[in-house]
Design a protein around this ligand. Sequence first.
Ligand code: ZN
Length: 257
Amino acid sequence: VSEGDSIHWLARRLEPVLAGRVPDRVSCPSVRTRASGWPGRLAGRAVQRVHARGKHLLLDFEGDLTVHSHLAMTGSWRVLDGGLWPRRARSAWLCLGVGTRDVVQFGGPTLRLVRTRTLHADARLRALGPDICAPSFDPAAVVARLRRDDPRRGVADALLDQRHVAGIGNLWKVEGCWLAGVDPFRGLGDVADAELLAILGELRPRMLDSATAGRQWRFKTIYGTADRPCPRCRDLIRVRRQGDANRPTWWCPSCQR
Ligand SMILES: [Zn+2]
């Protein structure tokens, strides 16, 4: 699941492999990127930094170039060691080889090479709300952004909106509402500031833990558990699709009010 914490965790894994290194090999095998010219533009340049902003992954190269990646639910990055190439290597969009290792990117809605200094003008990055996995995070600023949204919008759906808070995906939306005991379908206008802060307060330490140590699945409690008993009250968990993106929301009708 490509939520903010998993992208921060990915950046932490790629950083020691790539940062400060000039890749020995750069290639774009897939039909999608074969004609991109990226290998020529990236050749001989050191990777300066690998970092995340919300669900976006950024690889800064020296000489004002950044690889900007957004994986959504379809893309991935892999670190392959010792030439253990999967059969789908030919579908890789970008490969950066360092020593015996290859950092390989597959699929996703966004992979582009841009001037680092123009990144700030990217509409999606500009619009991002505070990053819940960043070292400093102001939950009150997120509440202020949520208050500018339609008060009839369901709270769980609004939490997915990266313009309000960057990094929360479907798993954390579900778990945050359950942890704080808030009905995910309540309109924003019926949810108190204290309840919004409670959801963010439950999520942030868990997401930071996952961003630094990985293994996001440790934090799953009710996500994906329709018709199974709620761990808190034993009533049955339900699921219903919600919002413009029609994403499934699991919730407990008894202890989430
Ligand atoms: Zn319950």
